[in-house]
Design a protein around this ligand. Structure first.
Ligand SMILES: [Zn+2]
Length: 310
């Protein structure tokens, strides 16, 4: 397998203030674990370009994009909500994060690579059509999915999100676009407190009680995601890869183990093999315990590389 790893030095420079859990130490922890596990030599290194305005306008309100560009501070911090802030590098970081998913989409659909992981920040799945929230400015994974539809002419894609928080931003962007199957597993009730009433058939909610463990998680994914993906027959699969459902995570309240992230990635890979020639683009969302994050990204990449033996 050829698995691309997207990284960019500027993604380290976004900073939302002292003590913020979404910080560049996360990328350092991932890099050191991947080095320790000998994975960097097996991955194809890729550097993203920034997403264009037109690419963002497929998923965000035009006025919202203007507001974020004009809000970018020359110095200091600008707070967009209680936990989402921009420093002078945040705009560029967020454009690179979305640009990574878009470039990976091109490379996978052109068969230059088999699959990809975008190790970028800030995350994106809470950014709504016209609102920044939850550490997120632009919907990176949504930008990739929209690019696959608009630029490459695909008819059906799936976005699978196993972050501990519901991907409300992704849902807000594709709620009325049935070409995009969106499956999200998440602790419930929990931030961002999405209303779960009567979603359309292409929006699949998998709420999990606080304290849910491996068994509960795996059963729920098998019950909800596998049949939904089989029905949708996606031509490409996107992954919002958050690792904050790990039992060691300081923000989340689920009890997943390292092996669960290997398992869920393998399930996704098997579905991609069945329906879309193995085409997967995954992007980093949450995960705030440095050690657990590093290990879980490592097993996620191991499964994308087909090194897992489960
Ligand atoms: Zn999260």
């Amino acid at each position: 397998m050829t698995t691309a790893l997207y990284r960019h030095a500027l993604c380290r420079l976004h900073d939302a203030g002292p003590g913020h859990p979404e910080n560049s130490g996360r990328l350092d922890a991932i890099d050191s674990q991947l080095t320790q596990d000998g994975l960097l030599t097996l991955l194809t290194p890729c550097e993203p370009a920034v997403a264009s305005r037109d690419q963002l306008a497929r998923i965000h309100d035009s006025d919202y994009i203007d507001r974020i560009f004009s809000a970018s501070p020359a110095s200091g911090l600008l707070h967009l909500d209680g936990d989402t802030a921009m420093n002078p590098h945040s705009l560029q970081s967020a454009l690179l994060a979305a640009g990574a998913v878009i470039d990976a989409t091109d490379k996978v659909l052109n068969a230059d690579i088999d699959n990809a992981f975008c190790c970028v920040r800030p995350p994106g799945h809470h950014a709504e059509y016209a609102r920044a929230m939850g550490f997120c400015l632009f919907g990176s994974i949504s930008a990739g999915a929209a690019h696959a539809l608009a630029h490459h002419g695909l008819d059906r894609v799936a976005i699978l999100d196993f972050d501990v928080h519901h991907g409300n931003g992704t849902e807000s962007i594709f709620r009325s676009d049935s070409r995009v199957l969106f499956c999200s597993s998440f602790q419930h009730p929990f931030y961002p407190y999405t209303k779960l009433d009567n979603p359309p058939a292409h929006i699949v909610h998998t709420p999990l009680d606080a304290g849910s463990d491996s068994t509960v998680f795996r059963k729920a994914i098998e019950r909800d995601w596998l049949p939904a993906v089989a029905r949708h027959q996606p031509q490409m699969i996107f992954v919002s890869a958050g690792f904050d459902a790990h039992r060691d995570d300081p923000l989340g309240g689920l009890m997943l183990e390292d092996e669960d992230f290997s398992w869920v990635t393998r399930q996704i890979r098997l579905m991609a093999d069945d329906f879309c020639n193995g085409r997967i683009v995954s992007s980093l969302e949450g995960g705030y315990d440095y050690d657990a994050l590093g290990r879980c990204v490592s097993v996620h990449l191991g499964a994308l590389l087909e090194m897992d033996s489960e």
